[in-house]
Ligand binder design. Sequence first.
Ligand code: E4P
Length: 226
Amino acid sequence: MKFFLDTADLNEIEEAASWGALAGVTTNPTLYSRVGGKLEDFHDHIKRICDIVGPDCPVSAESVAMNRDELVRDGRQLAAIAPNVVVKIPTMIDGLAATRALADEGIRVNMTLCFTVPQAMLAARAGARYISPFIGRFDDISEDGIEQVANIVDAVSNYDFTADTVGGEQIEVIAASIRSANHVTQCALMGADIATVPFGVLKKMVSHPLTDRGIESFLNDWEKVK
Ligand code: E4P
């Protein structure tokens, strides 16, 4: 399982990248507005994220266009920022059409706001390199987000979509809208390829009270050795 950071905050990305376990970054319009981002700086901001994480880490940048042609135009511009930019497109008819066009040009797409198995199957056939089903937003409407995402992970693994993706790359499911370390546990058990997590959750994933207590007692006992 790989970990992406779900943020547009450069400090968080720098910090998480320094921990050595970061494999990518996902952003969205809400996350960008949360860090005070402005439209005219968006491409520069994505470039800065790409520079921080390096060329091997995919960075998802979302288009807010609503029709195929504008999505494709936007997608080309976003992909031109850096080779590791992945164009994030919502699951909708024009989004599927744009994904097919971009994939045919060798541009990777992360199909986002995916909630059902049929949506995921269509995204995969349209050439999406990544599919992002959301957990927390299902929980928010009193449905079992983990179960829904597990269904998508299962369904995607039933088929070989490599003929559809850019360069025949293996499609990967990004478990998104993660709200807790327990969500990450469930994602690992279901076999999700990637979990994209907010920085707060990433920090919680590292720690456990028994780990803290163990470190403290080792340090105390080491004092006795001195
Ligand atoms: C993923 O790519 C999305 O940006 C993100 O996980 C959405 O999470 P939220 O439901 O907490 O906004």
